[in-house]
Design a protein around this ligand. Sequence first.
Ligand code: DGY
Length: 437
Amino acid sequence: MKHQQLLTKAKEILLNNFQEKGFTIPCKGLYPFQWNWDSGFIAIGFAHFDMEKAKKEIKTLIDSQWSNGFIPHIIFHNKSDTYFPGPNFHRSDLSKLSNTNVPTTGMTQPHVLGIALERMYEIAENKEAMIRFIKENIDAIYNFSLYFYNHRDPLDEGLAYIYHNWESGTDNSPIWDDIWDTMDSPSLEFKRKDTGHVDASQRPSKREYDHYLHIIEIAKKHNYDDAKIAEFSPFLVQDPLFNSVLISSNKALIRLYELIGGYEEKVEKLKSLTQKSIRNFNSKLFDEKLGAYCHYDLRKGKLLRYVSSSSFSPLHAEIPTKERAEKLIYTMMKKFGNEHQYLCASFDPTHERFNPKKYWRGPVWINLNWLLYHGLKKYDYTHIAERIKKESIEIIEKNGFYEYFDARKEISEKQAAGYGGNNFSWSAALLIDLLNE
Ligand code: DGY
């Protein structure tokens, strides 16, 4: 497909997935509601051809904010029986802080809103109108950043914890296997919907879902109280992707506040929090032996020593020094970057837990590639950045706008190698951004 045709198709996907209430579903059937970090990436795509929809996307997400600044992972604006677990399972109403206008989940997702807002400003032709939009909405995004420092950082390190794998965005990463091994979740009875849309070999197992639901039950038992969750959740992790995105969003907010002027106090606050985050990120989450950033299991007090695409996301937030970045990129190229593989697999292809077809256990994801592409450019690794961009476009061209893709080039040559949902919004949105960049 020519790039022009790809762009036309990508726009068509976004427009088809856009809903009357002013938000965009990730894809039909499998994900029929508004998802938090999906919306951030989707807004970037819309910004290139329909800024009003991009703004709506951000606005509907922000409108779901809780009174403590928290912005949830799924917003159930509409009814749908194609997804499990829905609003009746999550029960956000259990929290007295929850949004009373719309049911949501009681967990969140990587905070890409600051990144998205800044990218929208860069793309906008009418800068004045965009500045008005920023002025109206930036404080809500700032409050979301602050929520993590005030309520998700019990050790005061500037490193937010996540209490559920669905908060990481990398839902069934093999990294979590170590945590599942320590859990004795009951075997629950429930009816999955995802495996009715997508081949079960590409989705998490029943046992994994037992754990996912069990953690939510614990959070519900405590009415989604953060302090209680920090005390009782069996899953409590400082995730390098989650914290990198938070830091990147903070930095974007600092630049935007400086641009609009008159917010010195907030700028100072963000600067000091972000500095603390970066300092502790570097001292706590880098594993010298692996040459990569890792996840830290707060419950067990140890690093989970695995390399995943999340390990390289600190490049986007300019967390590593130049020297450390060199080491990190060396690890990336050695494990993930040989010529038989598309960059960047979601999990270490040399590891026995790597699975090239299953959700976050190996396949390539366009949103991670987008973050890595920009991260590599910030450190002047232009050649590798360009390779990621080229391969992201190629993988979509060959397979279609899937949710995730096989990293093995030979498979893409022989057969369809796009997996999960099709006509997937963020694959379309970020392709638009890459092609217009
Ligand atoms: C799912 O249901 O798999 C979603 O990705 C959770 O966010």
